[in-house]
Design a protein around this ligand. Structure first.
Ligand SMILES: Cc1ncc(COP(=O)(O)O)c(C=O)c1O
Length: 386
């Protein structure tokens, strides 16, 4: 049987019938847009994340953009992002009129380098063209960024710290999730994510009431908040008073129904992921350039299990021939992408990201990966002598 890169089938076998009943219920009650399951899911997310508010939306990309819009970020602003991440982290920044400023990553965790971030913020201030406005940290491959250190830098410069937890939602530092240190955390429910639905979906969690009000407005066409209605003395449905230019980014009720069921077992699945990752690390030790490094007290959600090899492309071809799928996240850091070449404020040394782009390779991973399959993958890697 072919080895899947991310196996969603085992989970489906486990909770498939509960999901089918939940979806059928939506099909029958007919509230396909903003139905009751959306509210239930948002409430469940608040319990899981320990947050005051959850705003579900159409995907993880919109989730980050909604935070930026809600914070009032726009033209002339600099938003600091790691260059070694999925493009969505940076893509939303020019959508608001602001500019992404690329920062290098830490060589061991793949997350934004705190010292280089501080220096790059100073450099942007000295350049004087852009106004530092926000930091977006990414939990790459599932490991939380160093939020305790990042929040000190954010406070020093008076900047909001945003968590792009599309890969790391549910990950913890000493038992605490990223929202502990951030104004808002965004995540994605893309099917292959640790908490994925059966299509596109995303969410923001926050404890900030005013930010939540503005994000609710931006999520559906910039409709009026209670404060807008009072200010404009508007007497019709609030959604027909458009105070700001928004978007349409609702989570489908069917996807919310799927997520309610999946969130029930998500905590347990994060624990199962630890066991699979620990077994990979044990079996792979000495066979590749490096296995993932997780900081003390950090719990990764293992969105990816990423190793490094000096002949990465050779290893990938060898594994492909052995019927083992792999992926390269990411072959080109964002500052090298043609669409992003113009964004060069701050002048950060981005050499670590460039080295990693040439050596990383992610292996098949799922909380349900069985030992025999895992042993087969490890044996194939051990047999590579390129
Ligand atoms: C780090 C990161 N940020 C943002 C996103 C965007 O999420 P989505 O695909 O749901 O828009 C993803 C995943 O695709 C991601 O990995």
């Amino acid at each position: 049987m072919a080895i899947p890169f991310i196996d969603l089938g085992q989970q489906r076998q486990r909770i498939g019938s509960a999901i089918e009943s939940a979806v059928l219920k939506v099909i029958n009650h007919g509230a396909y847009i903003m139905g009751p399951e959306v509210k239930t899911f948002e409430a469940d997310m608040n319990v899981f994340a320990g947050s005051k508010h959850c705003l579900s939306c159409a995907n993880g990309t919109d989730a980050i953009e909604l935070i930026l819009l809600g914070l009032g970020i726009g033209k002339g602003d600099a938003v600091f992002v790691p260059t070694f991440t999925f493009v969505a982290t940076a893509e939303v920044v020019p959508m608001t009129g602001a500019e992404p400023v690329f920062v290098d990553i830490d060589a061991r965790t793949y997350n934004i380098d705190v010292a280089k971030l501080d220096a790059t913020i100073e450099a942007v201030k000295t350049e004087g063209r852009l106004k530092p406005a926000a930091i977006i940290a990414v939990d790459l491959f599932g490991q939380p960024a160093d939020y305790p250190a990042l929040s000190k830098i954010a406070q020093k410069h008076g900047l909001p710290l945003i968590s792009d937890a599309a890969q790391g939602f549910g990950g913890t530092i000493d038992g605490r999730q990223s929202l502990e240190w951030c104004v808002a955390t965004a995540t994605s429910f893309y099917p292959a994510k640790p908490l994925g639905c059966y299509g596109d979906g995303g969410a923001v969690v926050t404890n900030d009431d005013a930010l939540m009000d503005r994000m609710i407005s931006y999520r559906v066409h910039g409709g009026a908040t209670a404060a807008d209605v009072a200010e404009h003395k508007f007497e019709h449905e609030a959604k027909y008073l458009n105070v700001r230019i928004g978007m349409n980014s609702r989570l489908d009720t069917i996807q919310a129904a799927v997520l309610v069921e999946k969130l029930r077992i998500f905590g347990e699945e994060i624990d199962m992921r630890q066991a699979v990752a620990a077994r990979y690390a044990e079996k792979l030790a000495g066979k590749v350039v490096s296995v993932p490094f997780v900081k003390d007290g950090y719990v990764s959600t293992w969105a990816q299990y990423t190793i490094e090899h000096e002949n990465r492309d050779g290893l990938q071809a060898h594994l492909r021939n052995a019927g083992i799928p792999t992926a390269v996240y990411y072959p080109i850091p964002l500052h090298r992408q043609p669409g992003y070449a113009a964004f060069n404020a701050g002048g950060c040394d981005l050499s670590v990201s460039e080295q990693k782009a040439a050596s990383v390779i992610s292996l098949p991973f799922s909380p349900y990966l069985d030992e025999a399959t895992q042993d087969h993958i490890v044996a194939a890697i051990a047999a590579f002598n390129g």
